[in-house]
Design a protein around this ligand. Structure first.
Ligand SMILES: Cc1cc2nc3c(=O)[nH]c(=O)nc-3n(C[C@H](O)[C@H](O)[C@H](O)COP(=O)(O)O)c2cc1C
Length: 175
């Protein structure tokens, strides 16, 4: 058998601890490519990515939300996934696919990642979306979906096995 997509999907786990090792420019470009090749509704291509590789800026991104941002503490790279709300009424779906592609490509490259939600979340002062827009000078028309924290894994997480499958969540021909 050639490339094992099933194995890749089962191996990907959320990684929230990263080694103090920068990603190479090649790695970053491969991750960006995965996000940009992800499909968008009517091919509107309204999803845009902001690569952040400056440590102090990544820590400021962490402050844009009041909880669940541990992954940004040690990540050497973060990709902010945003969508043009004027181009698409399904920018959330488009962005989610791009983010997932980035996460799977990260696993494929032997890297770890975690999705940090920003949409519908808050900091101590404002919505996380507003905080991120201000910090990175993102125009108002863009929604901020999430930040993918990326880096070399500094924790071990077991791959999923067939036993982890919730078969009850699948229905055939009727609910
Ligand atoms: C839409 C979405 C939002 C998430 N938000 C966060 C988050 O804000 N912070 C975080 O650490 N993990 C977040 N996660 C990661 C989930 O907690 C994680 O995927 C889930 O617990 C399953 O674990 P696994 O990724 O190892 O399979 C998010 C995942 C998704 C799909």
């Amino acid at each position: 058998m050639g490339f094992d997509m099933s194995n890749l999907i089962m191996k990907r786990r959320s990684i929230r601890n990263f080694k103090d090792v920068k990603l190479t420019e090649e790695e970053i470009q491969e991750l960006v490519k995965a996000g940009l090749f992800a499909p968008t509704s009517r091919s509107n291509k309204g999803v845009e990515l902001i690569v952040v590789d400056e440590k102090d800026l990544i820590l400021k991104l962490k402050d844009c939300r009041n909880t669940s941002t541990k992954g940004l503490e040690t990540a050497p790279c973060a990709i902010v996934v945003i969508g043009d709300r004027e181009k698409s009424d399904v920018w959330v779906e488009d962005g989610a696919i791009a983010a997932s592609y980035i996460q799977l490509r990260a696993e494929d490259l032997g890297l770890g990642s975690v999705w940090i939600q920003m949409r519908n979340r808050v900091s101590d002062n404002d919505s996380s979306e507003n905080e991120v827009r201000r910090l990175l000078s993102i125009p108002e028309k863009y929604g901020v979906l999430c930040i993918i924290a990326l880096g070399h894994k500094n924790e071990n997480k077991e791959a999923y096995t067939e036993n982890d499958l919730d078969r009850f969540r699948v229905h055939y021909n009727k609910f």
